[in-house]
Design a protein around this ligand. Sequence first.
Ligand SMILES: Nc1nc2c(ncn2[C@@H]2O[C@H](COP(=O)(O)OP(=O)(O)OP(=O)(O)O)[C@@H](O)[C@H]2O)c(=O)[nH]1
Ligand SMILES: [Mg+2]
Length: 329
Amino acid sequence: MLYKNFIDNTKIICKSGNGGHGCVNFLRTTKKIGKPNGGNGGNGGNIIFIGNKNIFNLYYLNKIKSFKAEDGYNGMKNCKTGKNGKDCIIYVPLYTEIYYSNKFNKNNNILIKYHKQKEYIIYGGKGGKGNNYYKNSYNQKTRKYSLGIKGTKLNIELKLNFKIDISILGLPNSGKTTLLSKITNNKKLIIDNYEYTTIIPNLGVYKNKYNNYLIIDIPAIKKKYSIGKRINKKYIKYIINNKIIIFVISIIKNIKEYNLQYNILINEIKYYNIKNNNIIIVITKYNNIRNKEILLLKNKFFKKKIKYFFFDYKKKINKLKKIIYNIIN
Ligand SMILES: Nc1nc2c(ncn2[C@@H]2O[C@H](COP(=O)(O)OP(=O)(O)OP(=O)(O)O)[C@@H](O)[C@H]2O)c(=O)[nH]1
Ligand SMILES: [Mg+2]
C-alpha cells in the first residue's frame, strides 16, 4: 500500500473577494422622495496565510488547488453598509515560503517562521460607495454611486523549507517506517513487509519534555544503482545539517550484512558531502542471529565508539530515546 501524503511544494490559485456595490436609494417620507440614503458596499474578503506548527505538509493545499475569499455584500437602504466578505484563511506549515507577484512587486517572497504568523497576501476589493456618500449641499438628489472593486486573482507558489532534526536512512524493508512510528507514536504510518513501501518521505514529530523535533523517514536507498544515485537527489536537502542521522540496518542471516549495509549508507552520505558526527546505528530483525554474533557486533560498536540500539518492534525504545535526548539537548 502506498502512503502518498508528503508534498513539499505546490502551486495554487487564490482570489480575494470582490467589493460589494454601493446602493442608490432615497429616504421616502409619505409621497415625497427624500435625501439619498444608499449605503456603501462591504469589502471583499482577503487571502490570508497563517503559520501552524501542527501541519507538516502541503498535501491538502495541493489537492484543493484553488482558493477564494467571499465577495463583499452590496450596500443597502437606510445608509446600511454591506457586510464584508469572509477572509479565506490558508493554514500552512512553519517554514513555508510563499512566492507571488502582484502589481506592486514582481517577486514577493514571504517566509512563515512561527506559529500563528499572519500574512495578508491578497487584499479584497474595496466596497463601492452608495449615493449617501456622494450627496452634498449642491446635489441633494444624487444618484451617483460606485461599483465595488474586483478582487485579485494570483498564482501563488508554496515551498516547504523546514529544517529536519533527525533523518532515518536504510535499505528497503529494513524497518525505517516502523522505527519512525515508534519514536513518534504514530500508528497511522503504512508499514508493510514489501520493499519500497515508502515512496514519499514520512514526516513525524519526536517530542521530549523540552522541545519538538522533526524527524523524517526517507524512502529506501536503492540497492542496485551506483554510489550517489541511490538516494533520490530531491531528498538530500532533508538530510543536510541534521542533528542526528539514524542508519537502520537489518541483519537477518548473519552479521556480515551489517558491514554491507553500513558501507552503502555511509558512502551515500559521503558522496553528497553530508558530514554528521551523530550517526546512530539501529539494528533490526536480528531474531535469528546467535547471541555470540550479536556480542561480537556490540563489541565492535563499543571499540569504535559507535552509538547503537538493537530494535525490537514489540518492545519499548526508551534506550534509543535516551541516546537521542543526550545528543540533542
Ligand atoms: N522481526 C522484525 N520485523 C520488523 C522489525 N522492524 C520492522 N519489521 C517488519 O519489517 C517489515 C518492514 O517494515 P517497514 O517499517 O515498512 O520497513 P521500511 O524500511 O520502512 O520499508 P520500505 O519503506 O519498504 O523501505 C514490516 O513487516 C515490519 O513489521 C524488527 O525489528 N524485527
Ligand atoms: Mg517505509
